[in-house]
Design a binder for this molecule. Sequence first.
Ligand code: KG4
Ligand code: ZN
Length: 338
Amino acid sequence: MRVLGIETSCDETGVAVYDSEKGLLAHRLYSQIQLHADYGGVVPELASRDHVRKLIPLIKEVLAAANSQATDIDGIAYTSGPGLAGALMVGALTGRSLAYAWRVPAIGVHHMEGHLLAPLLEENKPEFPFIALLVSGGHTQLLKVEGIGQYELLGESVDDAAGEAFDKVAKMLHLDYPGGPNVARLALQGNSEAFNFPRPMLDRAGLDFSFSGLKTAVLNANNQTEDYPQKKADIAASFEAAIVDSLVKKCERALKQTGLKRLVMAGGVSANLRLRAQLQDLAMRKRWQVFYPSAAFCTDNGAMIAYAGCQRLVAGQQENLSVTVKSRWPMVELPAVN
Ligand code: KG4
Ligand code: ZN
């Protein structure tokens, strides 16, 4: 089955063609970073309008790159939540309409399931069951994954998401949007032990996360300590060390608690090199396996949506003709694929 995937939940227009026999045939991404940079964050109305402008040309481009005509497409997958309602609407309406016109089934995909399954696009992919650390701009979750659509929530952030914390710290340090990669870049030049920031929730049992206290500690350090040339880089490095430490410790706890030996990480923050290195290190010591998507598929993209949608379409799931998008949508509500 050959599936066209469409992602428009936030500030990237992503499209891809995935074939259940041949794998990923092509993908294209248009990032709106420039559009939102002056505002320091995503402006929802501008995002929706830009998706309208870019989506159809990108779909034409990706079909050509995949050597495919409309008649070669057997199904269409689009992100139907969670995300910005207006932005989601653009992809959902386009996907649903194209499916109607081309007389193929359509499926609305959960954005975080897309992220979660992105490591399965890689050659070296995890087998089920595994523990998943999902870290994006809107979510920080630990899940036990028995199969596609078989998710048990083990823990999540009680306040900010990990990516959101990176983005807010970036703003404090006057770094450009999107902040995560810029904080990580600056951190490379800093001393991660210069500031002893709190590792929230490590002293408590359980697998939940909290990053708002860490954020306040960073704000105070930035405002209350005397300026020196390396200060920003030291704050970035110490913040990154603290947040990575919390994520890694909770992953270790989840693996111990469940007895599983496979860890999958996904979502924008899984591109973070310190996080990857520390999880690899832990896995080496414990003889666990760690899997993550290649860099292009850590952040938002169409390939993960085409892949996740394809799995569900192959299993016979599909949408009726109505178009629904959900800005909030707990992943545990998804039906299993057997
Ligand atoms: O998954 P994603 O592209 O979009 C959402 O679904 O939210 O994640 C975006 C988030 C942003 O908060 C961004 O700052 C963060 O991922 N991010 C990073 C890195 N690359 C992206 N955070 C830390 N280090 C990175 N290298
Ligand atoms: Zn995302």
